[in-house]
Design a binder for this molecule. Structure first.
Ligand code: SF4
Ligand code: SF4
Length: 465
């Protein structure tokens, strides 16, 4: 491949962003100097846009204390349960909303909307933990196994999974550090030739399966906006989810299971093993394999799709895969200023104050890194994540390319935090993620299907930004 070398000055960079007029003084000083277009286009990982920087392997854009960042121990650090009083209060709240909504065919929240959502939600199929059986090989190809370099194998899997429906595909290699992403119990790596499960329900994974294929599917943003329900009884003015938009969440879970099933079957047919066991927390998988950064909402925030991916899925395999590095696109600085997710959180579980911290705030938080922590107890007492998706749906980084946070804004935010307050204010003014009106919710059912914006990538490419 030919390499094109050139210098890009601060002034040229600001001009390229359409910000030359503000490029005098502080803004110009904050802009970078790229010595070379190869440096500028530094992220070859994941086909991220040019303004995303690759970092060193196992060194994401978050401080980690490797002495205290341990595998997740479900016994010592279980997720909290809903308190009985909150459960009783939620039943009254939800009955007050749902019973009349079904009886009166309330737009966005009727039985029709509920049935639509359940039709595609969480339907799998989930592959067996050691993968579905590979396909039989043609008779004249018996005994042939696939062999290629780790880099080519990753590229092969990325190409395949894009068609299966994943927008992001990466890989990790099991090491002393990456193994701490996993759960503390429930599985072991050993010398077994194939995966087994013992009488204590512990999964035994062959040591040679030391690669992890990671992947994430898109969640339909346009559809997700239909979950927002205005409710003035909460600080941010938004309450529990509407059924019509809730469909986007459950559907994305189905897509992820289906992509995983297909990918495991492909790997098994190539002649390799595929095993899925032992990782409860999926955000670190996405952070370490370079899909995005941890956001204030505690979701994985990605450069192109914001919080609209669900979720980082994975499996172990002995198919050699080149690991993909973590990335930095300025998410931390943007989240410091933005706080839109926290403003909209009805249970006030996301902090409106402060920066990332070493201090966890709730059972279910895993410590050992300087990050964002959510109060799981208050979120769960609200009935969430099932009852609400406001934090995820509100993030300005979800915007499609014609939204307020368009590609130039993203590339600027990746380069300098100087304009982040302005960008966040723009999002408040334009309020892209506002609740639909009853007429808009009703009209969804008779929308013009020829011109309705598509927002999935299931075998159909990706948004042009
Ligand atoms: S899902 Fe939980 S954290 Fe997110 S907005 Fe709702 S209540 Fe808040
Ligand atoms: S809404 Fe704002 S603060 Fe929250 S995750 Fe998105 S960018 Fe970060």
């Amino acid at each position: 491949m030919s390499r094109f070398h050139s210098s890009v000055s601060r002034r040229d960079f600001m001009k390229g962003l359409g910000l030359a007029g503000v490029g005098v003084g502080a803004a110009a000083a904050a802009a970078p100097v790229f010595h070379d277009l190869d440096e500028l286009s530094s992220s070859v990982n994941q086909s991220h846009p040019w303004w995303v920087k690759d970092l060193e392997h196992e060194n994401p854009a978050v401080e980690i204390d490797w002495d205290t960042f341990k595998p997740f121990d479900n016994k010592k650090n279980p997720m909290p349960s809903i308190t009985p009083s909150a459960q009783a209060a939620n039943k009254v709240r939800d009955d007050d909303l749902q019973i009349p909504a079904f009886a009166n065919k309330t737009p966005g929240d009727s039985l029709r909307d509920y049935a639509f959502g359940t039709g595609s939600s969480f339907i799998g199929p989930d592959a067996p933990w050691d993968g579905p059986a590979g396909a039989a090989l043609p008779a004249n190809a018996k005994g042939v196994a696939w062999s290629d370099t780790p880099e080519n194998n990753l590229q092969m899997m990325r190409a395949a999974l894009h068609t299966y429906g994943a927008v992001l595909t990466g890989a990790l290699e099991v090491s002393d550090k990456t193994s701490r992403i996993f759960d503390a119990s429930g599985f072991v790596f050993d010398d077994s030739a194939i995966g087994t499960q013992d009488s204590s329900k512990v999964y035994h994974i062959p040591k040679k399966a030391k690669y992890m294929l990671t992947f994430a599917v898109k969640q339909n943003y346009i559809q997700s906006l239909h979950l927002l329900r205005e409710d003035s009884s909460y600080r941010g003015g938004y309450g529990t989810k509407l059924q019509l938009g809730n469909q986007a969440i459950g559907h994305a879970y189905s897509n992820s299971s289906q992509v995983g099933y297909m990918a495991m079957r492909m790997v098994k047919t190539l002649g390799y093993g595929a095993y899925k066991a032992g990782v409860r927390a999926n955000v670190p998988l996405g952070v370490f394999s370079g899909f995005g950064e941890q956001a204030r909402s505690t979701h994985l925030m990605t450069p192109r799709y914001g919080l609209m991916v669900r979720y980082t899925n994975y499996f172990f395999t002995d198919l050699p895969l080149a690991a993909t590095p973590p990335i930095d696109f300025g998410a931390h600085a943007f989240c410091n200023t933005c706080k839109r997710c926290a403003e909209r959180c009805p249970s006030e579980s996301i902090s409106l104050e402060g920066d990332r911290s070493w201090d966890t705030i709730s059972p279910g938080n895993r410590g050992g890194f300087k990050g964002w922590f959510m109060n799981w107890q208050t979120c769960i007492d609200f009935g969430s994540p099932g009852a609400c998706g406001n934090c995820q749906a509100t993030c300005p980084f979800n915007h499609p390319s014609d939204g307020v946070i368009h590609p130039i804004v993203r590339s600027t935010a990746a380069t300098t935090a100087l304009f982040d307050p302005f960008f966040a204010s723009m999002d408040r003014v334009f309020d892209y993620a506002k609740a639909k009106t009853p007429d808009e919710l009703e009209a969804w059912w008779s929308r013009d299907l020829d011109n309705w914006k598509a927002d999935t990538t299931l075998g159909a490419g990706k948004s042009m930004w």
